[in-house]
Design a protein around this ligand. Structure first.
Ligand SMILES: *[C@@H]1O[C@H](CO)[C@@H](O)[C@H](O)[C@H]1NC(C)=O
Ligand SMILES: *[C@@H]1O[C@H](CO)[C@@H](O)[C@H](O)[C@H]1NC(C)=O
Length: 381
């Protein structure tokens, strides 16, 4: 098929549509970024290690200046009705933040404003009651779109410019953030998980929450869930319905070999290595069939009931891919992703996986009003 030229044409079309508007936006981001940097440096005395924590005040206020220049799409247009505000408040009261949650997730992000809420709320729905978000210098800071969840205590937010303090462990910024998270917060949780915003834990029927699954594996130091990739599923523009509801075309399991993500017991874990694996002080990690997990090369036989997997929305839409491509190396790993990878995943994703769409419906029922960022993004609503 003429897939290559089709996608190139689509990408060019997206480029033409988005380019005129993105120039002023890019300029605003640039100015905000410079302002932010200058103010941040000024207030911390040019320290090379700048962490702006969501709970400490101080230089935190500079982020308010930066993201005041930015409005979420649609914010300026229609102010929500009293009914919408009431639904939002009611949904907020159903959140169950817990600083000693059985399972916490550590997340390293950059410029994921559009998808972060769906990711957090989905994993909250399946039993994660604490999230540590390390924002790698997003422009504007992602604190804005998370303000209500930070205020509720569900999300612990750190804006990190440069290195995190303490001994740096790991090959890249993501690894370092994971190890910092493990050292700083590990003692408060039985389990910690390390996945990305384009990865959703999918429980395959037998379990309704992730802690329920992990409780069956407490005798091992960690549980590794295998990854299955998703392609664009025909989407050129970013679909408004969100990730879970929109992408249904997945690859066959063997394509990703034994790549997995780890949920570790901090009490038995020395460090995280190369994002995917834990180094344990005792014992080892297993997969859902209790087979010792040695790394991506040991894919093994996965014909049985898989219990849980990581749905990896690898490409998302052509528009998402193009934005990510322009973003380039973000510290979340790797160089810019070429179009050919997009095309390959699209070609490989010849299976249909509908579990995500079922979960999307469940998520809308549980936290629907919260899926959209709060209108006031300064946390003062
Ligand atoms: C929970 O942690 C947050 C920081 O993420 C903190 O602001 C809050 O006060 C803590 N809540 C309790 C009850 O300790
Ligand atoms: C692997 O495959 C064999 C035969 O196809 C099956 O009997 C076995 O239970 C499978 N599962 C695991 C986890 O080894």
């Amino acid at each position: 098929m003429a897939g290559g030229s089709r996608w190139t044409a689509s990408l060019l079309a997206v480029w033409r549509i988005t380019s005129p508007g993105s120039l002023p936006r890019a300029l605003a981001f640039l100015i905000a970024g410079v302002l932010f940097w200058v103010m941040g440096s000024a207030s911390v005395g040019h320290s090379p290690n700048v962490i702006v924590s969501g709970h400490t005040g101080g230089v935190f206020s500079t982020s308010l200046h930066a993201h005041a220049l930015w409005l979420a799409a649609g914010d300026a247009a229609a102010p929500p009705s009293a009914a919408v505000e009431a639904a939002f408040r009611a949904a907020r009261r159903t959140l169950k933040p817990d600083n000693s949650s059985y399972l916490a997730l550590c997340l390293h992000v950059k410029d994921e404003h559009d998808s972060i809420r769906e990711w957090v709320l989905y994993h909250h729905m399946i039993g994660v009651n604490k999230f540590y978000v390390f924002d790698d210098y997003s422009a504007p800071p992602m604190q804005g779109v998370l303000s209500d969840l930070i205020e509720a205590g569900l999300v612990d937010y750190t804006f990190a410019m440069g290195q995190l303090p303490g001994p740096t462990e790991g090959a890249n910024k993501q690894d370092q953030a994971y190890n910092y998270c493990l050292r700083k917060h590990g003692q408060n949780h039985k389990y910690m998980g390390f996945i990305d915003t384009d990865e959703f834990v999918m429980l395959m029927r037998r379990y309704s929450t992730l802690p329920e699954l992990l409780r069956d594996y407490e005798d091992s130091s960690g549980l590794v869930l295998y990854i299955v990739d998703f392609g664009p599923s025909g989407h050129v523009a970013r679909p408004a319905a969100g990730v879970l509801a929109s992408y249904t075309k997945c690859t066959e399991k063997w394509r990703q070999g034994g790549y997995g993500k780890s949920f570790v017991q901090p009490a038995k874990t020395r460090a995280m290595a190369r994002v995917h694996r834990g180094h344990y002080t005792q014992g080892h990690a297993v997969d859902v069939w209790r087979r010792k997990y040695d790394g991506p090369t040991t894919a093994g036989n996965r014909t049985d009931d898989e219990r849980a997997m990581i749905f990896h929305y690898r490409t998302k839409s052509a528009e998402d891919w193009q934005k990510r491509d322009r973003k380039g190396t973000s510290g979340t790993g790797g160089p810019t992703k070429p179009l050919s990878v997009f095309q390959t995943v699209d070609k490989w994703a010849d299976q249909v996986c509908l579990e995500g769409t079922e979960q999307a419906a469940r998520l809308r029922a549980a936290f629907g009003p919260l899926l959209r960022a709060p209108r006031r993004q300064d946390g003062l609503t």
